[in-house]
Design a protein around this ligand. Sequence first.
Ligand code: RRO
Length: 309
Amino acid sequence: MINLQTSIKTLTFSCPFFNASGVWCTSEKELKEIGESESGAIITKSMTIKKRQGNEEPRLYFDNYLSVNSMGLPNRGYRYYCQIASNLKKFKKPLIASIAGFSFDDYLFLSDKVEEKDFDAIEVNLSCPNILGKKIFAYDLDLSLTILEKIRKKTKKVLGVKLPPYNSRSEIEYLAKRLVEVGVDYASLINSLPLSAVVDVEKEKLVITPNMGIGGLGGEGVKPVALAHVILFRYYSQNKLEIVGVGGVKSGEDVYQYLLAGAKAVAVGTALLREGPKIFFRLKKELEEILKKKKISYLKEKIGKLKKI
Ligand code: RRO
């Protein structure tokens, strides 16, 4: 028997993968389908205070390699997710509330509201790339840290943060150290790559409409960027910050790469859009096959065990 169990603080994942927030997690029906699958956890679409229709369509494109989206935070509002949380507990897997605000106060309000409910963790999404006129919060490092510090003081739940890609080691070093000091338990690395465009050659058009057709990139091209973030955040936090790897996971091999790099689990976005929740069954089989070949019984033993170059 191969044991795929991993954990982040009090969250135990029977399989080291789950849906990336935003994919297959907006309605109760979708969230239940994630619950019924081999996914190791359930995370909601980032919820805002008021329900949102999101940006105009077409706002999502995907193919065999990539996705680009400018969804604009369509979600049912926090009341809906708080109401259905108890119905999702029966799946006996970690239930994570992703929250997204437009101001400092929004984040505090939302974290208070989900605190009272059956969620096991709060993931603070500071990296939505698609709200025109709003900067990505997480590019203001000190503002982000202040938000997280305030939430940390109020919540007993596991606290995570979803971050965007950065382009300097010094920012990552500063953030990784300060996130540990603030008491953030884990970081989900990384949100989609902002400011991306995909052209349809047949139609001679961009594939999505909102925000001049420019949105967040997902898929296999993102994986090397995300892996570098996993490695650097682990290094600069002296392995104290737990990591969920996000970007381009579509096979058991990809999952294994992220775990070697130090992630405790991975979240699946673009490939989940393509295949639906049955993808988790395939990922499990592929991961077990890799471990069998390598004669490893406990996946946990391999976390962070990338060999020196
Ligand atoms: O809804 C979105 O446009 C969106 C969000 Br909140 C996010 O965090 N990442 C993304 O690629 N799209």
